[in-house]
Design a protein around this ligand. Structure first.
Ligand code: C2E
Ligand code: CA
Ligand code: CA
Length: 711
């Protein structure tokens, strides 16, 4: 071993050497082995670049597969060896120190693409060859015709030396001559053809037009035809061919003979079958893969009325931990073992097990009794997982979560069924795992819209699907409109107008709340300026904007707010930020610092939904708030008459405490005049609710404020 470690270029060359050694013996190239290696080197480099690219693209694999065909590696064995070689050595020699798991995944996707590119190039080449053969046949016509009469030496040479099979028969179908290549294709000597008639070679898989075309040709109605046709060999095996048959005429133009040119495509068909197998099966476990499973499920769902299906969607619990702690190889062996056990659970006709990827498997059952059978299938699977798996001397316990979907054919698409099963599986998992759950269409619908809304949120902001409604804040003493709270809505292209309760929690989960909140602030502040321009200094309308907890901790909060106010030319005193009580209770000084900064500048901070959390009145002193917003629940308790005296006392207490701390009190959810009057007597300052106005477009506020200032 040399002391110098190899550079990437050396390792790449080594990879190309191994590749060329493996494939060279099965190519029909006229190159020497070293020349062939030179030819593979750029292909190896392309694979390496694709493997390590920042953005992965499997298409390179297709190009390499096609290049193999051009390099005369057309034997199925050549592809097979090339794939084995890539599987074993690409990551090893070209993987640098990248993340092995990702690289292996890329390598296997490159292999699939290579196989696909190879198959396509071969198909294209076959078409081109067929054309070439047909052209050769046309050219041969004259030669053959002459030869048959004159037995010309040059024709003999062509006929015997040809790599493709050639046969000549008269117009009644009696075989007159066959060349060596054709004899070899049929696996025997001339005996197989002696005294035979073309019509003897019918085959069960003959397409209907095969013999129709034949009849037209021998009647002299067509000059040639081309078909794919199977023949039985004398030993009973099947030979597949590309067959071109041409009509030969004599010197006067009368039909005289038929000439058949045959290319053996048996191997190629086998390769296609094998490629189809590889494209539809999981390489690790040998189980059908997602593609095949989808095809099957689609077929089942398209079946006629009365057909039912049942599906178990299995995800192993804690597989990642096993993979991370024991390594990839152990994880793979566990998956193979699980696959075997699953397969033994679903052996009845109409049942099928597939691996969807990772540690996710599905088992399908069909038939009128699927409802009952799918339960049993799930129980069998749970049972099959019970026995521990022995790997590298350890006993591993395998557990899984199963989502079950059952239903009638023709109601849902395969994708919908699978999504429902996936959601249900997650429900089983979040209930602790190691169990199965049955799909519940209502729970599904909720989860699906939740999921759908979450993924649609970012684009919705860009597309301007959000809008703001304003709800007036009214002074309880004189009934004048003092300001408005901005409440965001989403005009969803499918679901119509959605309230904030439907999407604010999702926006908080995904972090979109920060740009969305900034947008709301910007719009509302601009709206406040419009109002001020309209009413002058006589009635400056204040604007209340809600802040989510995530916005509070976002470092840009103070700067963004300052910028927005300055850009709109609106004084900080016109803005009130509403923060829920629960977001501030227990907050440390770091969290409060941005709010304190804003408060010092003159922005009001309101404590929203006050009274719903763990209200700690003593805590209020610490907080930089200037407004308390009493939660709707207090107002609601004043609905009946007379109001509960205890509730009244509580509100009275809160109001007087708030006032002693210099806090203004706003009440929410005022729906009747009686409530408004009661709250006024209790000393509340401002109110908000349907009694005054529902949230609405900004113009509505103009009217309210105008009525107010004129009346
Ligand atoms: P909130 O801040 O407590 O807003 C008041 C809610 O009470 C609004 O519901 C409003 O439509 C409703 N409401 C007003 N008057 C009455 C009434 O008389 N009776 C009843 N029953 N309800 C009334 P909405 O618009 O569905 O907003 C729900 C919550 O969504 C808000 O509660 C607020 O926490 C949040 N939200 C709204 N807009 C935004 C926003 O731009 N950013 C953030 N972070 N949250 C927002
Ligand atoms: Ca609010
Ligand atoms: Ca509130």
């Amino acid at each position: 071993m040399s002391a110098e470690p190899d550079g990437p270029e050396d390792r790449l060359r080594r990879f190309a050497t191994i590749w060329s050694r493996a494939v060279f013996p099965v190519t029909s190239t006229s190159l020497t082995r070293p020349e062939f290696e030179q030819l593979l080197l750029p292909l190896a480099r392309r694979l390496r670049v694709a493997l390590l690219a920042r953005a992965f693209d499997a298409e390179e694999g297709r190009a390499v597969g096609a290049a193999l065909v051009r390099a005369h590696c057309t034997d199925p064995e050549a592809l097979s060896r090339a794939l084995d070689c890539v599987e074993a050595y690409l990551v090893l020699y070209c993987g640098e120190d990248g993340p092995q798991e990702e690289l292996r995944l890329r390598s296997s996707r490159l292999q699939h693409a290579m196989a696909a590119g190879f198959a396509q190039a071969l198909r294209e080449r076959t078409l081109a060859e067929q054309e070439a053969i047909a052209r050769a046949a046309l050219q041969a016509q004259g030669v053959v015709a002459q030869a048959l009469h004159a037995s010309e030496a040059r024709f003999r040479a062509v006929f015997e030396g040809a790599a493709i099979g050639i046969g000549i028969a008269d117009l009644d179908g009696n075989v007159l001559q066959v060349n060596g290549a054709l004899q070899r294709m049929f696996g025997g000597g001339e005996g197989a053809f002696r005294a035979r008639n073309v019509k003897d070679w019918t085959h069960a898989e003959d397409a209907p037009q095969v013999w129709k075309l034949y009849d037209e040709l021998v009647r002299g109605e067509r000059e040639h035809y081309h078909v794919e046709k199977a023949f039985y060999r004398p030993d009973g095996t099947v030979l597949w061919t590309n067959l071109t048959v041409s009509l030969l005429r004599d010197a006067d133009g009368r039909p005289q003979y038929q000439l058949a040119l045959m290319e053996d495509t048996t191997e190629r068909r086998l390769l296609n079958l094998r490629l189809r197998y590889e494209a539809t099966h999981d390489a690790l476990t040998g189980l059908p893969n997602r593609t095949l499973f989808f095809e099957r499920l689609e077929k089942v769902l398209a079946a006629g009325e009365g057909q039912r299906f049942g599906l178990c969607y299995l995800d192993l619990d804690g597989f990642k931990t096993i993979n991370d702690s024991l390594g990839h190889a152990a994880g793979d062996r566990l998956l193979v073992e699980v696959a075997d056990r699953l397969q033994s659970c679903a052996t009845a006709p109409g049942e099928m097990v597939a691996r969807l990827g990772g540690d996710e498997f599905v088992a399908l059952t069909t038939g009128p009794n699927a409802r009952h059978e799918v339960d049993e299938l799930a129980a069998r699977i749970m049972n099959a997982l019970l026995a521990p798996v022995r790997i590298e001397g350890r006993e591993l316990t395998v557990r899984g979560s199963i989502g079950i979907v059952e239903g009638a054919a023709g109601e849902r698409s395969a994708a919908e069924v699978l999504r429902s099963a996936d959601i249900t599986m997650y429900r089983a998992k979040s209930a602790g795992g190691n169990r199965f759950e049955l799909a519940d269409p209502e729970a599904d619908a909720r989860a699906i819209t939740r999921h759908g809304l979450t993924t649609a949120l970012p684009a919705a902001l860009e597309r301007g699907e959000f809008f703001i409604e304003y709800q007036p804040l009214v002074h309880l003493g004189d009934g004048s409109v003092r300001g408005a709270e901005a409440l965001v809505r989403w005009l969803h292209p499918q679901h119509g107008i959605l309230g904030p309760d439907r999407f604010i929690p999702l926006a908080e989960d995904t972090g979109l709340i920060v740009p969305l909140g900034r947008w709301v602030l910007e719009q509302s502040v601009r709206q406040a300026r419009d109002w001020r321009e309209r009413y002058g200094d006589g009635g400056p309308l204040r604007i209340n904007v809600n802040l989510s907890p995530c916005q509070l901790t976002h470092p840009g909060l103070v700067q963004d707010t300052v910028d927005i106010l300055e850009r709109a030319g609106v004084a900080p005193q016109a803005l009130c930020l509403e923060v829920t009580e629960s977001a501030l209770i227990g907050a440390d000084d770091d969290l409060l610092k941005p709010l304190r900064r804003l408060a010092e500048m003159g922005v009001d901070i309101a404590l929203d939904d006050f009274g719903t959390g763990y209200s700690n009145l003593a805590n209020l002193r610490r907080l930089p708030v200037s407004v308390l917003k009493l939660d709707r629940s207090f107002t609601q308790s004043m609905q009946q008459f007379p109001a509960d005296p205890v509730d009244l006392k509580i509100v009275e207490g809160i109001v007087s405490l708030a006032h002693s701390l210099d806090l203004a009190v706003t009440v929410e959810g005022v729906e009747t005049g009686a409530q408004a009057e009661q709250l006024r007597i209790l000393g509340c300052d401002t109110a908000q609710g349907w009694y005054y106005a529902r949230p609405g477009p900004p113009e509505r506020l103009h009217q309210l404020a105008l009525v107010d200032s004129t009346g």
